[in-house]
Design a protein around this ligand. Sequence first.
Ligand code: 3PG
Length: 248
Amino acid sequence: MYKVVLFRHGESQWNLENRFTGWTDVDLTENGRAEAVRAGKLLKEAGFKFDIAFTSLLTRAIRTLWTVLDEMGQMYIPVHPDWHLNERHYGALQGLNKAETAAQYGDEQVLIWRRAYAVAPNPLDKEDPRWPGNDERYAHIPKDLLPTTECLKDTVERVIPYWEETIVPFIKAGQNVVIAAHGNSLRALVKHLDHISNDDIVNLNIPTAQPLVYELDERMKPIRSYYLGDAEAIAAATAAVANQGKAK
Ligand code: 3PG
């Protein structure tokens, strides 16, 4: 049996301000850092030891990972930051307030933009500073791979090949893997692992900085999965994420 641990970053400044973030590189709030410390303590108490970590190129995920590993006394393990694990690109919505957008376009439309599998928000122009082709951290990536917007399907199409080709070989080699990523890049991975349908994925929300443990068989099929920590608090945090896209 294999195990992999996933977690979303702690609360970011734009989570606090309830703004569509996507690839915008905002840092954690004080609360987000405290959430990461709590996640590290939970993992340490449960006896987890990691050999290798994967994360995105975004500060909020990297800092959450560092904080968790620091708390666990495991900062020495190799960390692989890679753009394939970045948040879903939110296109022209990036920077807008979610509740204000819902007041303007309706809760239903915002739910579609946030959660529908194959509907992407309007794309950015390539002159827009929010397009990753204008950000030097992505200079090593062919420009035609860099998104101007994404729906979850697009995110699945970059996350799952990375999971299968880069991460799974480490798991199969017996390494204990931890992945620090984002609400929607993790929805993409969970959809794949749990075979969630395109319709049902609308209802899946991932709370910040809650370690999610998957036990996998040799074919990488889940035997079981569970969040570490208090079930009621996790349910409340998950419902709060779902409600961020409502006008009030
Ligand atoms: C964002 O990019 O705004 C968040 O990280 C995830 O947002 P969502 O829950 O609205 O998809």
